[in-house]
Design a protein around this ligand. Structure first.
Ligand SMILES: Cc1cc2nc3c(=O)[nH]c(=O)nc-3n(C[C@H](O)[C@H](O)[C@H](O)COP(=O)(O)OP(=O)(O)OC[C@H]3O[C@@H](n4cnc5c(N)ncnc54)[C@H](O)[C@@H]3O)c2cc1C
Length: 738
């Protein structure tokens, strides 16, 4: 059946938030026609989506059906020692939930309270947090839900290395807890839950949970995939439809061919933190200066669009583990025998197969001790005092163990590995050097104009302050240092042209100290594990070889086990002269030839200033996104650079009036665009200290409630039953397993 060219609600972007909105609304009212338009492919019954253990493959560019879009910093960053960072984000139905690592984490209660928006406190949101969950773990608190569409469990198997990790965490002062995701606990370690259904072994993605489930039982949800929304169509400031283009521009001599769909009641933008602001700008909603530059009619002058990009940082360090350790390395390398064995195991009993896990079975959240804070220096302490000190529920970092090398295996020596995956739970870049701006200064001026223009212009003094502030910024532009946030903006109205993107990573000097701290902490944990056998020096900072902090590679006994028949095997004169790995692990705990012995580890490694500098260089060279983008269409007052209000309506046109009593120009804000909402993580006005899938679902649930209220319909609880298997021939599509 062809799709209608007019529906009631159009949802643009099928990530977690978009799937929740489309699915909830369509299920609530079978007479409401809802269309979901997604830029990537359909994920339905895709075995490369639903088998949890193959998640790393989703980041590959296979050139046929890429599941991610790769945003690359437009300019080289001096803060990253000349590097351009890459931020991949989803390009498939289900968005991040179809390709992510499936780690279940929730934000702290104070993260939501910090939004300072009525209706969005943790207390307000708790019922929605519960209604989305089908929590499948035992627990001693009342913050989880049991009848929702999103399954959360420990997965089919837990790797024994997880317990080794938890014991080591305890040894460095991180106690075991049974629920780190209770919105309150900020210092502890646990068996980490996953978005995996323990009955089926499958990934719990948002499209299966919210969209396929409804499409199986109703016919009012229209799904259009491989279609990129180019812009919203307005009549005045009222959104009346959208235009979309094919995701690949391969016909019509490269001309852009748009298809128009009209929306009688609502257009919802859910294309994610990096997608939604681009659609808004192409539609004439954004900084007027940018609109003028692009030759676009300005529907609403909103300089906050595309600004204040935020994320989290990650670094990955690799450690050797004993040959007896059950890691997934051989599978990741593509060893044909191991692949066959694991895939067969999945076919027979997926619910308990090794592939029904993400191999990330344990982790911790932590806050620094007083002594650690002292060591972290004044810049971080300033941030700590402002952001963390009085909010004891906020962790500063979390770390977890991946039971394999999460790395390019073509670059790794043979052997078994674990990866320490750490995440610094904020990234609020604000100091930007001129050299990173290059020729895009106008973009940056546009960025600042939001601050200056948003000051209350009715107040003469403030206006003066505003003018001075502009002057100050421009003056600073000349003298090289600016206060700014990271950003994404269109470079052309053409939906196929890549945007200008600045991740802002490490622009803020305060960010180095916690990352350095996280490296040291996870290193101490790794070397206290029984399975530990050394560090893979190529994946650690380049300390001076004489430094007691220098990374030390594999112990000789383990090396012998890896290549027992090799002609240059350890134990020969060659290796003892230093050809083996350059330096010996026994500097730490053993003597040459002996196996590593974690029971001898009682003291932490001591680092000099030079060692810290080596860590910082390594951080600048290696720090990555954690794929937790948020904040580019922030829900906050327009005067502060906000883009949406508390009901997620996009702010409307500014109308310039001349008052009676003089020449004073007064800018008044129209209450809003009509029928246009943003519902995804772009609306977050502040960072969330969590892996963000849970937050995206929650924003979707809240958005669905707000839209349902606007439309006068009621969300149905529980949601439609979640389909769990490919449709068997002649049998109803939905199996009722939850
Ligand atoms: C590799 C990776 C690993 C992650 N690991 C975890 C994890 O382990 N745990 C966790 O909690 N979180 C994780 N996350 C984060 C989480 O998945 C995201 O925060 C979440 O998906 C964000 O949801 P969203 O709805 O805001 O946007 P997105 O998930 O980004 O969805 C936006 C959707 O819109 C589509 N789109 C974009 N532009 C257009 C357009 N113009 N027209 C039509 N469609 C468009 C995209 O294709 C995409 O499907 C991970 C994310 C990634 C990418």
């Amino acid at each position: 059946m062809g799709h209608p060219d007019e529906v009631d609600v159009i949802v643009c972007g099928g990530g977690p938030a978009g799937c929740v909105v489309a699915g909830r609304l369509a299920y609530a009212d079978p007479t409401l026609k809802v269309m979901l338009i997604e830029g990537g492919a359909n994920n339905r019954d895709d075995p490369w989506v639903y088998r949890p253990g193959i998640f790393v493959r989703n980041m590959q560019r296979d050139g046929v059906n890429d599941k991610a879009t790769f945003y690359v910093d437009t300019m080289k960053s001096s803060h990253l020692r000349g590097r351009q960072s890459i931020v991949p984000c989803a390009n498939i139905l289900g968005g991040g939930s179809s390709i992510n690592f499936q780690m279940y984490t929730r934000a702290s209660a104070s993260d939501w309270d910090d939004f300072k928006t009525p209706g969005w406190t943790a207390k307000d949101l708790l019922p929605l947090m519960k209604r989305l969950e089908n929590y499948q773990k035992p627990v001693n608190n009342d913050t989880h839900g049991y009848d929702g569409p999103i399954a959360i469990s420990n997965g089919g198997t837990i790797n024994p290395l997880a317990q080794d990790f938890l014991r080591a965490c305890d040894a460095v002062g991180i106690p075991y807890t049974d629920d780190l995701q209770d919105l309150d606990t900020s210092h502890g370690a646990e068996i980490w839950a996953k978005y995996i259904n323990r009955h089926t072994g499958r990934r719990s993605d948002a499209a299966t949970a919210y969209v396929h489930s409804v499409m199986d039982v109703q016919s009012n949800l229209y799904l259009r995939t491989n279609a990129r929304v180019s812009r919203v169509i307005f009549e005045g400031t009222k959104a009346v439809g959208v235009a979309y283009v094919p995701s690949r521009n391969r016909g019509h001599e490269g001309q852009i061919r748009e298809t128009i769909v009209r929306a009688r009641k609502m257009v919802v933008l859910s294309s994610g933190t990096l997608g939604t602001p681009q659609i808004l700008e192409r539609s004439g909603v954004g900084s007027k200066d940018l609109m003028d530059k692009m030759g676009l009619k300005c529907v609403s002058d909103l300089p906050g669009v595309g600004e204040q990009y935020q994320d989290h940082y990650t670094t990955l360090t690799l450690f050797r583990v004993s040959e007896e350790s059950p890691t997934l390395d051989a599978f990741l390398r593509g060893d044909p025998e191991v692949r066959k064995e694991l895939f067969q195991e999945w076919e027979i009993s997926p619910e308990k197969a090794r592939l029904s896990s993400n191999a990330i079975d344990a982790g911790f959240k932590i806050r620094p001790t007083e002594a650690e804070l002292k060591e972290m220096g004044p810049e971080f302490n300033e941030l700590w005092n402002k952001y963390f000190k009085d909010k004891p529920d906020k962790p500063v970092m979390f770390g977890s163990i991946v039971c394999a090398a999460y790395a390019d295996h073509t670059l790794l020596p043979p052997g078994k590995y674990i990866t320490m995956y750490v995440e610094i739970l904020f990234c609020i870049p604000f100091v930007l050097k001129l050299q990173t701006l290059g020729s895009n200064i106008s973009c940056v001026i546009a960025a600042f104009s939001c601050r200056t223009r948003s000051l209350p212009y009715t107040d003469r003094n403030t206006l003066l302050v505003g003018a001075r502030y502009t002057e100050f910024l421009i003056g600073k532009l000349k003298t090289a240092e600016l206060f700014a946030l990271a950003q994404i903006h269109i470079k052309s109205p053409d939906p196929y042209v890549e945007p200008f993107f600045d991740s802002g990573f490490l622009n803020n000097k305060a960010d180095f100290a916690p990352i350095r701290w996280s490296y040291k902490k996870t290193r101490e944990i790794a070397r206290r594990m029984d399975a530990y056998r050394g560090e893979l020096t190529s994946h650690h900072p380049r300390f001076h070889p004489d430094s007691p902090a220098a990374a030390t590679d594999i112990d000789l006994e383990t090396a012998k086990k890896i290549l027992p028949d090799g002609f240059t095997e350890p134990g020969t004169g060659m290796t003892e002269m230093g050809c083996h790995v350059g330096n010996f692990i026994e500097q730490r705990a053993s003597s040459p030839g002996e196996s590593y012995n974690a029971s001898k580890v009682h003291k932490d490694i001591q680092y000099t200033k030079e060692d810290d500098a080596a860590i910082d260089d390594w951080v600048a060279d290696h720090v990555e996104t954690t794929w937790h983008s948020l904040g580019t269409c922030a829900m906050k007052p327009r005067e502060e650079g906000g883009v949406v209000d508390g009901r997620l309506n996009v702010f409307g046109m500014n109308v310039t009036l001349v008052t009676k009593c003089g020449q004073r120009r007064v800018t008044r804000c129209n209450p809003g665009t009509q029928n246009l909402k943003c519902v995804d993580l772009s609306i977050c006005p502040d960072n969330l200290g969590t892996n963000t899938y849970s937050s995206a679902l929650l924003v979707g649930e809240k958005g669905a409630d707000l839209i349902a209220e606007d439309l006068g319909i009621k969300i149905k609880i529980p949601h439609a039953p979640v389909p769990h298997a490919p449709v068997p021939k002649g049998v109803p599509a939905t199996q009722q397993v939850r």
